[in-house]
Design a binder for this molecule. Structure first.
Ligand code: ZN
Ligand code: ZN
Length: 363
């Protein structure tokens, strides 16, 4: 962040658009994005007249003073939800509209907050304000996602030198996660998927204690979490000569991936980009075997906005980071998914994934 308070100012501008006076930020990923704080108990209040309050408990006193930018008024309290009510009250007899994150706040917390809040403060459901802002990444965030993708690519490349056939799916997944950790990742950005043979037809397959055979397809979907940011990528490999049906499906998914990735640019609709891949796959008779959306945003969380799907209402913007990941899953037979991560630019995209997409044979 060039100026750490820029994000709070952007939130304040959104509040004005939505006719809110203040926003209570309770989701920890949103709190981190907004303030820099990485602890496990904290909340932020963005109010009128540059009011910026960050609350945590005494355990995080030092951490908060190190991480939370100086523009924030840092407060320590045993009960954050209770304490925050002391910072919001009606101004000049006018009702104050306090937005809260209805997508993340529990009913219990909401009830407690509503019971304590001052007369003249109205709680207004306002989920999604920070998520919408988070969808567009600044240069610092783009650099972190790029670094996470680079680390993940290098880790898989190293794992592949140890081969695939004859190892269990679980062994490959563990090897990949350990390799990412050793290279500096905080963790995988989600549990890695390693799915071979008919199991590759399950989009969210859990790695098994089953040996990967020769002459089959193996789908590997993995990502690294680095400096608070995620990456996400999928490659499907062959462990030897394939039967023509499997190769045909691979080539189909590859074509859909290349063409839909080429449709990514600022101004393109999330639905329109999805449709590029979907039409190619449907024309080949596999429309019903592509049962998920084409892609999603990636940032502090591995799944965030915008969505590329049949129901998406998003219009892509410069600086968003999205996956493009068509797949074909023939139940009981075979599955292929190919996924790249890309930064949306004015006239296309900047692809962060460096691994080849032409079918590779890894024995
Ligand atoms: Zn993925
Ligand atoms: Zn993905």
């Amino acid at each position: 962040m060039s100026n750490p308070m820029d994000r709070a100012d952007r939130v304040a501008a959104k509040l004005a658009e939505r006719e809110l006076d203040a926003l209570l930020v309770t989701d920890l990923v949103n709190v981190r994005w907004l303030t820099g704080y990485t602890g496990s108990n904290g909340l932020a209040l963005v109010g009128p007249a540059a009011q910026r309050v960050f609350l945590t408990d005494f355990r995080y006193l030092t951490q908060a003073s190190e991480q939370v930018a100086d523009g924030w008024q840092r407060e320590i309290a045993p009960e954050l939800q209770q304490a925050v009510t002391g910072f919001v009250g009606p101004a000049d007899g006018k009702t104050v509209k306090l937005g809260f994150d209805d997508a993340h706040m529990s009913v219990r917390d909401h009830t407690a907050l509503a019971g304590r809040i001052a007369e003249g403060v109205e709680l207004v459901a306002a989920g999604g304000i920070i998520e919408d802002l988070r969808a567009v990444k600044d240069a610092d965030e783009q650099a972190r996602i790029r670094a996470a993708a680079k680390l993940a690519d290098a880790a898989l490349s190293e794992v592949l030198t140890r081969g695939l056939a004859g190892r269990t799916e679980r062994d490959v997944a563990l090897d990949l996660e350990m390799t990412m950790r050793r290279a500096g990742a905080e963790s995988g950005s989600f549990p890695s998927i390693v799915a071979s043979g008919t199991h590759s037809a399950l989009p969210h397959a859990v790695p098994r204690d089953v040996e990967i055979p020769k002459g089959t397809l193996v789908t590997i979907d993995w990502g690294a979490q680095l400096d608070g940011y995620a990456s996400d990528c999928t490659r499907t490999y062959a462990t030897g000569e394939l039967d023509p049906r499997d190769r045909e499906i691979y080539e189909l998914v590859l074509k859909a991936q290349i063409e839909s990735l080429a449709a990514v640019r600022a101004g393109a609709g999330g639905r329109a980009v999805d449709a590029v891949a979907r039409e190619i796959i449907t024309a080949a008779g596999h429309g019903e075997h592509f049962g998920h959306g084409l892609g999603h945003g990636v940032g502090a969380e591995v799944h965030e906005g915008p969505r590329l799907s049949q129901r998406s209402e998003a219009t892509l913007e410069v600086g968003q980071v999205v996956t493009v990941e068509p797949g074909v899953y023939v139940p009981g037979a075979v599955g292929v998914r190919i996924e790249d991560l890309a930064i949306v630019t004015a006239d296309g995209s900047d692809v962060l994934t460096s691994l080849p997409k032409e079918l590779q044979i890894i024995e």
